[in-house]
Design a protein around this ligand. Structure first.
Ligand code: ADP
Ligand code: MG
Length: 252
């Protein structure tokens, strides 16, 4: 695979000339995309545009056919999924993957990064540090009063927040969320926007979303994808006013 010579070292994430071909169909086609430190970068675009595939490529679930994905000074395209997680990249999928039969507390606790002791066994103590961190994260994701509740009994929105909390407790530098407010109530959407605006100190967030009100509330920068390529990019106001974007996406 080609690795492109570094050109933009100031970005947290630099995607250059990225292509993935599924049996000749280019779901992502020669894409350049950059994410700044502390930036909330939203990807929008019609169904099938390649949005989820971009996140799949970054987290190593899908292998690039060509191009480069640099996270700080590391090339991610050759790494395995767990290695990419270890670099500080967290990914939330469209459906929440939480442990339904565990409590909110336990779900957050098991997501706390664990070390290995001298014998190689996983060490996992419910010590003060873990408890304090679980409480802090639970406050952030609006679940501090529900720590003892079984996860299965949470609302759809609360389950989404719990999964965001499970990622946050690992303190990723780049957090990727695929349609985080789908199926949420209006008030849950407002709270989720608040949450994302709170967590960007010391981290960047990439979000795929269709809800334009939500995008407006969070986006520092928007990339509009269409047929695996960038149709438009810039502030929300700029892309919203772009006739090309209105034509293929917003006008529908
Ligand atoms: P979006 O998230 O923007 O709706 P996707 O990234 O899921 O779009 O898909 C982009 C295109 O790539 C779609 O046409 C989809 O069918 C195709 N695609 C995605 N993943 C695969 C795969 N693993 N194999 C074949 N085609 C795929
Ligand atoms: Mg998708």
């Amino acid at each position: 695979m080609n690795t492109v010579a570094p050109t933009n070292n100031d970005f947290l994430l630099s995607i250059e000339k990225l292509t993935v071909s599924f049996d000749g169909f280019k779901a992502v086609n020669d894409l350049n995309l950059y994410v700044d430190e502390n930036e909330i970068h939203v990807i929008i675009g019609p169904n099938g545009a390649g949005k989820t595939t971009v996140l799949d490529l970054i987290c190593g679930r899908t292998r690039a056919t060509e191009g480069s994905i640099r996270f700080r000074d590391k090339e991610l395209t050759e790494m395995k999924e767990h290695e990419i997680v270890r670099q500080g990249v967290g990914r939330k999928f469209q459906n929440p993957s939480i442990y339904e039969d565990l409590t909110v507390f336990e779900n957050l606790e098991i997501s706390f990064p664990r070390g290995r002791d001298v014998f190689g066994a996983l060490t996992f103590r419910r010590d003060d540090e873990v408890v304090e961190r679980v409480r802090e994260i639970s406050r952030m994701v609006f679940l501090e009063k529900l720590l003892d509740k079984q996860a299965a009994l949470l609302s759809h929105g609360q389950k989404q927040w719990l999964e965001i909390g499970m990622l946050l407790i690992q303190d990723p530098e780049l957090l990727m969320l695929d349609e985080p407010v789908a199926g949420m109530s209006v008030s849950e959407r407002v709270q989720t926007a608040e949450l994302l605006n709170k967590i960007t100190e010391g981290r960047s967030v990439m979000v795929v979303e269709h809800d334009m009100k939500f995008v407006e509330d969070i986006a520092h920068r928007v990339t509009v994808l269409h047929q695996g390529k960038i149709l438009s990019e810039g502030s929300m106001a700029k892309v919203q006013a772009d006739p090309k974007v209105i034509d293929v996406y917003l006008g529908h």
